[in-house]
Design a protein around this ligand. Structure first.
Ligand SMILES: [Zn+2]
Length: 216
C-alpha cells in the first residue's frame, strides 16, 4: 500500500507513530533521509521499554512494551503509560545526525499475542506472510479452537475473485503456498481456508483479526 501511495501521489511516505491517549500521531517519526526507525521527540516524551510480564525496564535495544511519559503535556498528562505496543529502541546514532533516540516500527501488541500449541503467535506475522503472497487480499481472520484437547488454528484469507472462477487446482496450490510459508514463519502448522473478497467483516481502525473460541 505504501509503495502504491508513493507512486500514485509522487511523494515519499514515512511512518509516524502516535496513540490517541498521548496526543495522536506525532510522538515519533521516521527520518526522511534514511529508513532506520522513527525518532521519538524526547523533548516531549520519555520512552521506556519494559518486560510486559514483569514490568521491569529493559536495557536499550531489547524488545518489549513501549511505555511513555509525557513531559510537556498539560491537562491530560500520562505517566509511565503502557502503550501495549511491542518495539525496541535503536540507541545507535542515526546517519541523519539527529540525536533523539529511535524506535523500531511496532512489531505487535502485547494483548495480541496468541498462544497456539504453546507457541507465541502474533497476528502481524501472519499479516506479513499474506502481504508477500500474490493473489491474497489484505484481509484475513484467525480462528482458534480447541479440538480433542488440542489447539486448532485456521487462517481465513480473502482472495481475488478470479481464484473462484478458476479450477480447484489453482486454489489448492495457493493454499499449500500459504500453509508452508505460515509454518516456516510461525513454527506451527495452521489450516488455511480461502474465502471470496469482501466476505470478512470490515473494522474501522484497528481490526479485530482474532476469533479465539477457546475462551469460555
Ligand atoms: Zn535519523
Amino acid at each position: 500500500m505504501r509503495d502504491e501511495v508513493e507512486r500514485k501521489l509522487n511523494i515519499k511516505a514515512v511512518d509516524i507513530y502516535g496513540l490517541s491517549e498521548v496526543m495522536g500521531p506525532g510522538v515519533a517519526m521516521q527520518c526522511l533521509e534514511t529508513d532506520c526507525g522513527m525518532h521519538i521527540f524526547e523533548d516531549h516524551f520519555l520512552p521506556e521499554i519494559i518486560d510486559p510480564d514483569t514490568g521491569e525496564v529493559l536495557p536499550p535495544g531489547e524488545q518489549g512494551e513501549l511505555v511513555i511519559t509525557t513531559l510537556t503535556k498539560e491537562a491530560y498528562p500520562v505517566i509511565r503509560y503502557r502503550t501495549r505496543g511491542l518495539t525496541r529502541l535503536l540507541p545507535e546514532p542515526c546517519p541523519c545526525g539527529r540525536t533523539f533516540t529511535r524506535m523500531h516500527r511496532i512489531f505487535g501488541r502485547t494483548d495480541d499475542i496468541l498462544i497456539i500449541k504453546g507457541v507465541n503467535v502474533f497476528p502481524t506475522q501472519i499479516e506479513s506472510v499474506l502481504f508477500d503472497i500474490d493473489g491474497t487480499a489484505p484481509h484475513y481472520r484467525i480462528v482458534v479452537e480447541c479440538e480433542n484437547h488440542q489447539d486448532k488454528a485456521t487462517v481465513m484469507v480473502e482472495v481475488k475473485e478470479s481464484y473462484f472462477f478458476d479450477e480447484m487446482k489453482k486454489q489448492g496450490v495457493l493454499i499449500d503456498t500459504i500453509k508452508s510459508r505460515l509454518a516456516s514463519e510461525l513454527g506451527i502448522s495452521v489450516a488455511v481456508k480461502l474465502v471470496e473478497e469482501k466476505t470478512l467483516e470490515r473494522f474501522e481502525g484497528k481490526g479485530q483479526r482474532v476469533i479465539d473460541k477457546r475462551k469460555i
